[in-house]
Structures are given as structure tokens and as C-alpha cells.
Design a binder for this molecule. Structure first.
Ligand code: ADP
Length: 507
């Protein structure tokens, strides 16, 4: 349900604006309580006013009922005092007073319409039984109150007083008062209009509506300003980022107004500095590539020029220079091949060609291929396999990686040195360790050896045919397999590279 509403809201373009949302939330939060309060208070006002009016009328009618007995009004309706009181009461409450005697006959009606008529209503009958009643008719806006007129001087003797009434009502039963009770001589009924209450309610409602409108206009203005002010820091964030994007600023300006804006700026700065690092490294790579590619060309040019300059150069010199030129061409070729391998390794893991490979056989093949080079350098190759290992790998890419490590171990070794390749595995990973007894790598260079074109000793590496790309290719291939590579070295004693790769390929 909630995601559905969210989806619906996000489809209404205007509601996607944070400013509009803040505006609506504050506006509604300001206006809804006042609407609810208006209805609540006004509804309550009517109930309360009717209640007060009922109480008032009940008190007045009680006093009047006593006066009626005092002035024997039921026997003689000419009492000026009582009549004045009746008029006053009906004027005061905009109501009608009816006095009904024991025969259910109206002996007094302040409207003067029903005198002499008989009234047999439920309330009147109940009243003769001693029950007061008070009813509010909300539809027709009036309160009807009845009270018995009791003469305490006349006690009920058996049911003589009620005998006449019984005849008058035929079917109705008139109070069967007990002997000791004072007799109910009649009923006083008053209907009071509540129009004034309703009119008051309407007036109040109108005033409240006007107040509410005024409030809504004021809240609208305040919220309009507030939402603009609240949203301003986010606009400044956008401006700051825009300025960097357009090149007007080098660094994104901080917007510390909110924690949120600070976080956005921080995150952006991190992305920007990462992009800068990437850009710098790309530029560095391009200039390194150009430099590396130019070096063999420059050598070839120098060799060719010096041959051309010597008109009668001996054939031996030609031969020697042509050999050098051929070496430089090989070197250029090697650099280009390494660069191509590196580009391949820079691709995503989706380009891996995974198959199940026996690592023992793979390493044995690599060593077999490199044995002639090792022999040439007088370096002994030792292979130690702890167990048979099958793993899901890209055979071509990892062969290149392992070959580079073993080749380096041979290249950067000493006379009569050794290279030991150890293969082991646990239930999750297989480990290939390439240890040598070579020249070692200085501690401060251990972190840099994987960088493209980085060489501890440039001229030595160049001499032995290094391009500075081998370890970069190796590391990329291992990372594509979600593996790791570590190097430990003691200068002058040797180096150990440890490669750890998952047995099952993790996509
Ligand atoms: P290169 O083509 O120059 O060998 P690499 O990327 O393979 O380039 O290696 C980078 C540098 O790390 C090398 O130039 C060398 O200085 C150092 N290095 C790599 N392997 C070894 C090793 N086994 N022993 C000593 N130095 C090494």
C-alpha cells in the first residue's frame, strides 16, 4: 500500500520537488488542527449550551410549579402574579408553557391556542407518574421539559384523586400513588426554542471560518518563505557542484548549513578527488606509454643516423648496429604486446573465460616453458605441490600472471640462484607461492611494484628486457579472479610473492 502511494506521489512531477513537499507538510500541519478544532469546539458549544439551557429551564419550571400550588392556579387561573411569571418565562426562553390538570386538559397555554384541549402525550403520562422529563429535539431546535405540579398539602387517599383522570384517559393508567405521598395535581410542560443557540453557533462558525481563512493566508505566506529558506542550502550545493563542473572553481565550496548538505559535499569531494586521481593516473599512463614507445625508436634513429653519417662504414659495424636495431624492434614489440595484455586485463570480469583447470599441470607447463631461460641464467627451478588442485579459472590470463612472476624471479636472481614454486590449497582457496633467492625489492618499493611502468632499477630492468608492465598485468588478472597478491622481500636475499585465488569462481 505505502509503496503504491509513494509510486503515485513520485509520478506527480510537482510533488517530487522537496520545496513543494516541505510547503505542503508545514501548511497542512498548520491548517488541519485549526479546522479540527473549529468543528470540535463548535459541536461542543451546542451540546454545552443546550445542557445549560436545560438546567436553567428545569430550575425555573420547578420554581413555577411550586408557585402554581401556592397560588392554587390549577383551581383558578386568574392569579396575576403567576400569569406575569408565565409570560416572563415564555418571553425569556422564547418558549411556550402549558399547564395540564389531572383531566389531561390544558388549563393554560401561553400561546393561547390549546386551552381547553386535552393532551395525552407519553411525557405527560410519565409526569403524572412522578417522572420529570427533559428532551432535546435537535432537528426542530427545541427543548421540552415537563414537571409534575405537586400539592404537598393534599395527600393521596387511596386512588380518589386519580379516579377522574382514569376516566378521562380510558386506557391510560394514572398515577397510583400510595396513601402517604403528596398528590400530583397537574403537569407543567414547557417547550423552549434553541434557535438562539443555533444562531450563535452559526455566527461563531462564520467568524471561525474568517479567522481560519486569515490564518491560512498568513500560514501560506510564512510557509512559502520558510520552504524557500529551508531549501536554499540544497540550491547552494547544486550551485557549488555546478561551478566545479563548469570549471569556475577547482574545489567544491562547503555548505555547512545542514548535516545533510555537508554529507553531500563531502561525498562529492571524495568522488571528485577520486576522479582526479584517475585522471592524473591516465595522463601519467599516456605520457609513460609515449615515453616507453619512443625510447626504442630514439635508439634505432641514433643507430641508423650514425651508420648513415659514416659513408665507408665497415660491414662489421653495419652488422653490429643492425643487431642492435633488431633488438630495439623486439623491445618495441614486447612493450606493445604487454600494453595489449594490460588493456585486456583492464576489462570487466564478464570477459573471463572460466573453465575447470588442473593447477598442478598448468604450473608444470609454465615451468617447462621457462626452464631454458632459467638454465641460461643458471637458476634452478623447483616445484613443490602439496596436493592436486582443480580450480575454476581463466587459464590464459592466470598462465600469463604466473609466468610473469616466475619470469621475474628468474630475471631478478643471482648466479646459481633458485626459484621455488609451491602450490597448496584449503577448502576455499588455492595458494601459489613464488620464492626466489634474488636481489630482493626495497621495502619502500613493495607497494609500487604493481604500478604500470614502475621499476625499482630502471636501467637494470631495461637491460634484462623488462617493460615495467608485468606485475600490473599479473595483479589485474588475479583481481579479476577475486584473488589477492602479496610480496615479501629482503634486499639481497630474495623475494616471495604469494597469490591466493578462490577455487570456485565468484561472479
Ligand atoms: P619488469 O618488466 O620491469 O620486470 P614488472 O612489473 O614485472 O616489470 O616488475 C616491476 C619491478 O619490480 C621490476 O622492474 C623489478 O624492479 C621489481 N621486481 C619484480 N619482481 C621482482 C623479483 N622477483 N625480485 C626483485 N625485483 C622484482
Amino acid at each position: 500500500m505505502i509503496p503504491k502511494i509513494k509510486n503515485y506521489i513520485s509520478q506527480i512531477i510537482i510533488l517530487r520537488s522537496l520545496k513543494v513537499r516541505i510547503f505542503l507538510i508545514i501548511f497542512l500541519a498548520g491548517i488541519i488542527p485549526s479546522i479540527v478544532m473549529r468543528f470540535g469546539i463548535l459541536e461542543n458549544y451546542v451540546d454545552r449550551a443546550v445542557e445549560v439551557r436545560e438546567k436553567d429551564v428545569q430550575n425555573q419550571i420547578q420554581i413555577l410549579a411550586n408557585h402554581l400550588t401556592t397560588y392554587s392556579y390549577l383551581q383558578d387561573t386568574s392569579s396575576g402574579i403567576v400569569n406575569a411569571e408565565l409570560d416572563q418565562l415564555s418571553t425569556l426562553y422564547d418558549g411556550r408553557v402549558l399547564i395540564i390538570n389531572q383531566n389531561f386538559s390544558v388549563i393554560k397555554d401561553t400561546y393561547g391556542i390549546s386551552e381547553g384541549k386535552t393532551i395525552i402525550s407519553e411525557e405527560v403520562i410519565k409526569c403524572f407518574k412522578g417522572e420529570n422529563s427533559c428532551n432535546y429535539d435537535a432537528t426542530n431546535h427545541y427543548i421540552e421539559v415537563t414537571t409534575p405540579i405537586i400539592d404537598k398539602t393534599v395527600l393521596n387517599t387511596a386512588s380518589t384523586t386519580s379516579g377522574d383522570a382514569a376516566t378521562a384517559t380510558d386506557a391510560q393508567e394514572i398515577p397510583a400513588a400510595t396513601e402517604s405521598e403528596p398528590a400530583i395535581m397537574g403537569v407543567l410542560l414547557i417547550s423552549v426554542s434553541t434557535d438562539s443557540i443555533i444562531i450563535n453557533q452559526e455566527i461563531l462558525s462564520r467568524k471561525a471560518a474568517i479567522l481560519e481563512m486569515a490564518m491560512a493566508i498568513i500560514i501560506f505566506g510564512i510557509v512559502f518563505l520558510l520552504s524557500a529558506i529551508l531549501i536554499r542550502p540544497f540550491n547552494r550545493v547544486a550551485d557549488a557542484i555546478h561551478a566545479v563542473k563548469e570549471g569556475f572553481a577547482d574545489e567544491v565550496e562547503s555548505v555547512p548549513d545542514y548535516l545533510e548538505t555537508e554529507h553531500i559535499i563531502d561525498a562529492y569531494s571524495q568522488v571528485a578527488s577520486r576522479m582526479k586521481v584517475l585522471d592524473d593516473s591516465r595522463q601519467e599512463f599516456v605520457s609513460n606509454v609515449s615515453h616507453e614507445l619512443k625510447t626504442p625508436l630514439t635508439s634505432m634513429k641514433v643507430l641508423a643516423d650514425s651508420l648513415l653519417m659514416q659513408k665507408d662504414a665497415p660491414i662489421e659495424l653495419y652488422q653490429e648496429f643492425m643487431e642492435d636495431i633488431a633488438n630495439e624492434i623486439d623491445r618495441e614489440n614486447k612493450i606493445i604486446n604487454d600494453l595489449l595484455s594490460l588493456v585486456k586485463m583492464d576489462k570487466t570480469a564478464a570477459d573471463l573465460n572460466i573453465s575447470n583447470v588442473n593447477i598442478n599441470e598448468q604450473l608444470e607447463l609454465i615451468l617447462k616453458r621457462l626452464t631454458p631461460i632459467a638454465n641460461k641464467q643458471n637458476v634452478e627451478l623447483i616445484f613443490e605441490s602439496m596436493r592436486q588442485v582443480d580450480a575454476e579459472i581463466d587459464e590464459v590470463k592466470l598462465t600469463l600472471a604466473f609466468s610473469n612472476l616466475v619470469e621475474n624471479a628468474i630475471k631478478y636472481n643471482k648466479e646459481k640462484g633458485w626459484v621455488r614454486i609451491t602450490l597448496d590449497a584449503d577448502h576455499q582457496f588455492f595458494t601459489v607461492e613464488v620464492a626466489d633467492s634474488g636481489i630482493g625489492i626495497p621495502q619502500e618499493s613493495l607497494d609500487q611494484i604493481y604500478e604500470r611502468f614502475y621499476r625499482v632499477d630502471k636501467s637494470h630492468s631495461r637491460e634484462i628486457g623488462g617493460t615495467g608492465l608485468g606485475l600490473a598485468i599479473t595483479r589485474n588478472a588475479i583481481l579479476m579472479h577475486r584473488g589477492s597478491i602479496k610480496a615479501a622481500s629482503v634486499e639481497g636475499e630474495g623475494t616471495t610473492f604469494t597469490v591466493k585465488i578462490p577455487l570456485s569462481y565468484i561472479a
